[in-house]
Design a protein around this ligand. Structure first.
Ligand code: SAH
Ligand code: SF4
Ligand code: F3S
Length: 476
């Protein structure tokens, strides 16, 4: 559920670290409105939540700004997944403190997973923070702002069993006008022993499927051409219609969204190896516009470690799912998340992770070394006993191998022609477009007159690195 960018990230550098501080949206003309500035860290769900927050704030008379100095309200949507993610947030808060010292009336609010994890402790640790708001309490923001304006601290960290923000139309902040995220569920009921998410996001709940289809339809009508359905474990999506009692599962939801329009691409993230069904795979195979790409985090290639991680599958089960994917959708790309140096991992067990990378032929992976999180099962029951330098060395080996596998994966695309959705100018040149193929690979190619972001083109691949395919338009 992280960056769309298939660039193989460096050592432990993930979306939480790579996109920090970026706030993209148009400055609106000065209309006397109060301004909010929002920064997001962590997974795509957090970015998606920030768009809900923006919509709630807009309804209570705030306008967005990308200029920190202009803001009456500074918000930071935080991540707790690894220690480093939290350090980044604290560093950023120091910088907000400076703004606040110059303009004491500026309000500073902490949102998201770190707010939920630390609750009121945040106010003790970070004196200049005015507001602490957990992921299920964003509707309460206008009220909490009043509390702050009255000179108190605003805190709401209640987790809900029902909240899905289904009726709130997100304000698209980081928008290229072509691709958008749609949250389809919240929370997580799995208890992977390393993971803090169940504690920061609460119980799993699925959003009304009709509100999801309505949001996709609205996006399509506004020119968007790709939606990514988001959840920590999308395969366990399950929504019961309170009127008819009819139950909709993920495969059915996927089909409903795919039917919005054949020109609307559908992606999803994250799939859990224990829950992904053949029904989902057959649905993907049936619809050209459901992208042939599955993010299927393995975490470790070794069954003993998987058991300690409480992932509830073993190596054999995972391999069976990968075989099913390649059998039912032969042109599917698979990516992964990998943790190096989990509690008691031996050198041999680490080798099992390396061999899995090659065997599964991941197009890319997000790779991390294990970071113990307070309160998790692993922190309570297992010893974080792999020395840091060993964790880092194993991670390096994983990164190096994944780089080679990605390179080969991309080299194998040379000579093929892909349908690419244009997203905008390439990073390097405004004479080139960038876009993605169905397999989620970034493709760069020279522009041609009359084409614009949101158009589909056929691109023939001429060369490839481990991160990008390069080619030229063959027809449009
Ligand atoms: N719901 C998703 C994962 C969300 S967290 C899933 O089950 O796949 C994103 C990734 O962060 C995880 O897949 C895992 O690889 C990594 N991660 C989570 N907790 C971690 C920890 N304590 N240390 C290192 N990496 C961690
Ligand atoms: Fe965390 Fe596991 Fe839930 Fe993913 S499935 S969010 S790793 S507990
Ligand atoms: Fe996402 Fe980080 Fe929270 S990965 S769910 S923002 S802990």
């Amino acid at each position: 559920m992280y960056d769309n960018n298939p660039t193989l990230t460096g050592l432990n550098k993930t979306m939480d670290e790579s996109r920090q501080g970026e706030v993209f949206f148009e400055e609106v003309p000065n209309d006397g409105k109060r301004r909010f500035y929002i920064e997001s860290y962590g997974c795509q769900m957090n970015f998606s939540d920030s768009e809900i927050v923006a919509s709630i704030l807009a309804d209570s008379g705030f306008a967005p700004t990308r200029n920190l100095e202009m803001a009456d309200l500074i918000l930071i949507n935080t991540c707790s997944i690894r220690e480093k993610a939290e350090e980044t947030v604290r560093k950023r808060l120091r910088e907000f403190d400076k703004v606040k010292q110059q303009r004491p009336e500026t309000m500073v609010g902490v949102l998201g997973c770190m707010a939920e994890r630390l609750k009121t402790r945040f106010l003790e640790e970070e004196k200049l923070v005015d507001m602490v708001v957990g992921p299920d309490a964003y509707r309460d923001l206008p009220k909490l702002l009043e509390v702050v304006e009255d000179g108190d601290k605003g805190v709401n960290v209640f987790l809900s069993k029902e909240e899905t923000y289904a009726d709130i139309s997100p304000m698209r902040l980081d928008s290229n006008g072509v691709t958008a995220f749609i949250s389809i569920m919240r929370g997580c009921d799995n208890m992977c022993s390393f993971c803090v998410v169940p504690f920061t996001r609460g119980r799993e709940r699925s959003r009304d499927c009709f509100s999801i289809v309505a949001e996709a339809t609205d996006l399509f009508e506004r020119g968007y051409r790709e939606v990514t359905l988001l959840g920590q474990n999308v395969d366990s999506y399950k929504w019961e219609n309170p009127e008819t009692g009819q139950v909709v599962n993920f495969a059915q939801l996927l089909e409903m969204v795919a039917m919005v329009n054949p020109d609307l691409r559908v992606r999803f993230s994250t799939s859990h190896p224990k829950d992904i069904t053949d029904e989902v795979l057959h649905t993907m195979a049936r619809h050209e516009n459901i992208c042939k790409y599955i993010h299927l985090p393995v975490q470790s290639g070794n069954s003993r470690i998987l058991k300690l991680m409480n992932r509830t599958y073993d190596r054999e089960w995972y391999m069976d799912r990968v075989r099913a994917i390649y059998r039912i959708i032969p042109d599917c790309a698979i990516s992964s998340d990998i943790i190096a140096g989990f509690c008691s991992e031996t050198e041999e067990e680490h080798q099992d992770t390396l061999s899995m990378i090659e065997w599964a032929n991941y197009s890319m992976s997000y790779m991390f070394f294990y970071s113990e999180r307070p309160g998790t099962l692993a922190a309570r029951k297992l010893k974080d006993d792999v020395p840091e330098e060993v964790k880092k060395r194993r991670l390096q080996e994983i990164v190096r191998l994944q780089n080679q596998v990605s390179y080969k994966h991309n080299q194998a695309d040379i000579g093929k022609t892909f349908k690419v959705l244009i997203e905008g100018d390439s990073k390097r040149s405004d004479r080139e477009f960038k876009g993605r193929n169905s397999q989620n690979k970034m493709v760069v190619f020279p522009k041609k007159a009359g084409l614009k972001p949101g158009d589909y083109v056929q691109v023939k691949i001429e060369s490839a690195t481990s991160a990008t395919l390069k080619g030229y338009i063959v027809e449009n």
